[in-house]
Design a protein around this ligand. Structure first.
Ligand code: ZN
Length: 66
């Protein structure tokens, strides 16, 4: 009797991806490519922050100019 159902073997293949924010491996397809909504929000916040920095002032420019 060598009837083996290799169903669990195929189920091992999980589509995991690496979260670009925290670098965690995740299979969460809802917030791809992020692992969670939090990381997705962080990415969004990063974009907004960069926009602010570019449009705003340079904190490194006028630090010790006196
Ligand atoms: Zn993440």
């Amino acid at each position: 009797m060598s009837e083996e159902k290799s169903s669990s073997t195929t189920a091992t293949i999980v589509k995991v991806h690496k979260c670009p924010i925290c670098g965690k491996l995740t299979d969460n397809a809802k917030y791809r490519p992020f692992c969670s909504k939090r990381c997705a929000d962080i990415d969004l916040g990063t974009w907004f922050n960069e926009g602010y920095v570019i449009e705003g002032k340079n904190p490194v420019d006028e630090e010790e100019s006196e």
